[in-house]
Design a protein around this ligand. Sequence first.
Ligand code: GAL
Length: 744
Amino acid sequence: MLKLVAFFLTLSIFSSLSAQDLSINGPWKFKTGDQPGWAVPGLNDSAWSTIHTGASWENQGYKGYDGFAWYRLHIVIPSSIKDKAFLKEKIRFDLGKIDDGDEFYLNGFLIGRNAGKGGTIQSGDWQQQRSYTIPLTDGRIHWDKDNVIAIRVWDHDGDGGMYDGKYGISVMDVTDYISLDMSTDEFHFSAADARQFSKKIVLRSSSEKFDFTGRLNIRVVDPFSGTAVYKQTIGTDFAQDRPFEYTVKTSLPQQGPYRVEYSFEEGRSKKIVTAAEEVPYILTPSPGAAPRINGPEIYGVRPDAPFLYKIPATGEKPAAYSATGLPSTLSLDKSSGIITGSIAKKGSYPVQLTVKNHAGTATRRFTIICGDKIGLTPALGWNSWNCWGLSVSDEKVKASAAAMSEKLADHGWSYINIDDGWEEKRDDKGEILTNNKFQDMKALCDHVHGLGLKIGIYSSPGPRTCGGYLGSYQHEDQDAATYARWGIDYLKYDWCSYGEIAPQAPSLDEMKKPYIIMRKALDKTGRDILYSLCQYGMGDVWKWGGEIGANSWRTTGDITDTWGSMAGIGFSQEKAAPYTAPGNFNDPDMLVVGRVGWGPSLHNARLTPDEQYTHISLWSLLSAPLLIGCDMSRLDNFTLGLLTNDEVLAVDQDALARPAKKVWDKDNIQVWVKELKDGSKAVGIFNQGAQPAKPTIPYSSLGLPAQLKVRDLWRQQDLTSIQKAFTPRIPAHGVVLLKVKAKT
Ligand code: GAL
């Protein structure tokens, strides 16, 4: 049974990819330089060197080479691949991703070009999988004879050539033309009963020539038992201009996890296209009507720096906010809960916060520590990069601030961070100006502050940022002063293009240098600006980030919304963990939940619901900054549930700032345990496997006492019956996040 499920999973991931008829992994012939004659089939390339796809040319003897180079491959294309195909229309050449741009020649003829927006191969999009198709009748193919595939490649910066993606030659068959599109609709749940859902799926054809008929089978499966709780078979008929739509409507026996499996059998060829998706399920209970105060227990501010803190409290509004023990130079707006002012004297100020509404009263201790450190708990906020990329604008930032204020601020979320893409040129005094997407940065900052939220910005120590905008090089003091004048509260400071300033292999001191310069510049402003380094972990930044005055530092390259990327980063953070302290946090990069896309067009994060629970749980256990990377103006209920579980967020915000340690790693199950300030422990039991699991993990193997009080944090429920060992049911790539305390 398990084997069958595994087979299905593999199929579903690759549902739209057909098997390749011919492999073209090489060895290829290779030469740096650029000559038009290198496309010609008759060219004698026997003296060219050889190269393989799957690794960059840098890794095959051409270290540091940027510019033009050619790949050539001699291959016999047998006509038998046509004979065995059901549909005999087109042949496809899959050439992987080519870094950065390319032209593809077949037997001397130009078939296609990747030229990006700029129209030349110098502006090619290196991330695009190259798949070129031509009709089988095209005379440029030499059936059963030698063919020469010649690829002219241009690369600037970093790795070059054909090192990633899918390679091969195939005759396009039924399954290549048919796709099961699950992206046009969200899952809709009934407001009255969260087990009832509907979801539209679309069967599409990309064939200009053929119509398709067949049967669409739909099953909703309980992944633990493998049994179908819903089955449906529908007759279909569709063509390129006539997609077939079907809406699955059913009621689940209980809330998830469940998996919807789609399988379309084409009538004539009997070939099958499959796809599958997980039904999102919400674990976080809705907050009650009575107030509950959330957010950190401790808060750092520097003497005389402007103070801004909105008391995060759920519960029905209006509510009345009050505080005892507040320093007299701070004032609290009783109806919004926003505290402003400044504190002159260093010290620890214990405050008692109270929030009252018609349904009840909540109180909570909150300690303001006026001293040298800020950002004592990890930042909770939003950053524009993972959704909007360089298309970020004033309007989009305001929409995010509105959404945060309305839906998330009560749970402690407070930073609205503008990433790259806001900068223009400098004026004649060297002042950095905003581009026309940001008409008035000061007004934007005031607007965000008015909501009780904070605002962040991005720059790079080099002359240019990673997105090619102006960096802060040699303008650090001026830029820091500008940020402070605008009212900026957070600076993400990258590395890009500083490589041109630093020596080739920079020493540790040279790596630290630009960050120390900006630290000094920020100090001169008198404003509390959280300082976040983004140099991807170079020189083991976790060992020195705190010492040079950073509040957080990226430990990795950029995250993307795949299990491989998220889990690869999240589960390998142990090395940096010991360097975490209040005010100094490892940053394994921003969250990839909700609608992301690196702008301007977005898609739902390609992580399953369980992978997203893993993502938030793991980042919280690691005491990582939580920076939402999605379009917050379109937060669906599932994503909202992920981001508003106060008991989970409390793990991230715990004042001890002690990141979890991995204490168990066996058969795809990892257990991470984090000590919490109140003497209890947060325990994350993760299933890294692609199948559901039900492990038995004795408390004793985790160093825990035999008698425990256990609470499920996502469900916010005490568990009564477990003793001596955890025996959780964990979905594929999922997690069970618990809080445990010795039973006395
Ligand atoms: C990258 C950074 C991203 C984003 C981008 C902006 O270096 O890792 O998170 O800030 O630059 O261009």
